[in-house]
Design a protein around this ligand. Structure first.
Ligand code: FES
Length: 204
């Protein structure tokens, strides 16, 4: 069962916690007087980490802190897809389906999401634990196909490893991020092909 509407209604107010307000002030203080608007992006990120998403009330609050018109904050928040403008589930599963990931099997990754979670991109499970989103390049093409879940990247996926990853999250586990095949960084999928010998000092 899934839902496409917001998980909770749009809040009418937002304030930073005392802790986050201190962090916000420290971020604002990094910018010279009159240039505080430079802190817009980190403040939006802070608000998203506090509430799980960025509401209109949060944007208005940030505009007030920075002493800028609300539109200056709206235009940043609506431009960057990393800012979530509606609530998402506890695990926000962002599946890259851009060309390199698609060529390497992102269709199979999406199919695994549908099979395990019973939802399609843009939907949230009825227990609010998972939201699946289809995204463009996340900058990890060398280890395609990949998904981002929260702050973590999971790479070199296929249908089986994506199913295993989601099932682990369903059990409440915290799977280790990174390559599912053990690939080292952007090393060729079949293993190193160059620079295989350990360099010896003085021989180069
Ligand atoms: S195309 Fe998927 S990370 Fe770049």
């Amino acid at each position: 069962m899934s839902e496409q509407s917001s998980i909770s209604p749009e809040p009418t107010a937002f304030v930073f916690t005392d802790d986050n307000l201190k962090k916000a002030q420290a971020l604002i203080d990094r910018y010279p007087s009159g240039r505080q608007a430079g802190a817009t992006m980190p403040l939006l990120d802070l608000a998203q980490r506090q509430a799980g998403w960025v509401s209109r009330a949060a944007m208005d609050y940030i505009a007030g802190l920075l002493d800028v018109p609300p539109m200056r904050v709206y235009e940043v928040a609506t431009f960057y897809t990393m800012y979530l403008l509606r609530p998402v589930g506890q695990h926000h599963v962002q599946v890259c389906t851009n060309l390199p990931c698609w060529l390497r099997g992102s269709d199979d990754v999406l199919r695994a999401c549908q099979e395990v979670l019973g939802i399609s991109p843009g939907e949230t499970t009825s227990d609010h634990r998972f939201t699946v989103a289809e995204v463009e390049c996340a900058g990890a093409c060398v280890n395609a196909p990949m998904v981002q879940i929260g702050d973590d990247y999971f790479e070199d996926l296929d249908h089986a490893s994506m199913k295993a990853l989601l099932e682990a999250l369903q059990r409440g586990e915290r799977p280790k991020p990174g390559s599912r095949t053990g690939r080292q960084c952007s090393c060729p999928a079949g293993g190193p092909t160059t620079l295989k010998a350990v360099p010896v000092k003085g021989e180069v």
